[in-house]
Design a protein around this ligand. Structure first.
Ligand SMILES: [Zn+2]
Length: 81
């Protein structure tokens, strides 16, 4: 059985230059560190799980609104189930 599946799209959370996402296959948390500013602004990127090598498309919302106070309330857009 040969299927051509698109990579699942999963939501990631961005903290500074670090993007975290949870692998949908093995539920491990992965971390992406974007070293290239241009790459950092992308809203989606392909990533593969470092544990099971499952490939996913990680979605990160546009840059979280900057605050001059330094406190950025980052919500955790994770599904509850
Ligand atoms: Zn995995």
């Amino acid at each position: 059985m040969r299927e051509r599946l698109k990579n699942p799209e999963i939501a990631g959370t961005r903290t500074g230059y670090v993007i975290r996402f949870t692998c949908p296959a093995c539920m491990n948390e992965n971390i992406i560190i974007s070293k290239i500013p241009r790459d950092h602004f992308k809203e989606r990127r392909d990533a593969s799980c470092r544990y099971c090598r499952k490939r996913s498309t990680v979605l990160t919302p546009a840059m979280i609104a900057r605050t001059d106070t330094g406190t950025v309330p980052v919500g955790r857009p994770e599904p509850s189930s």
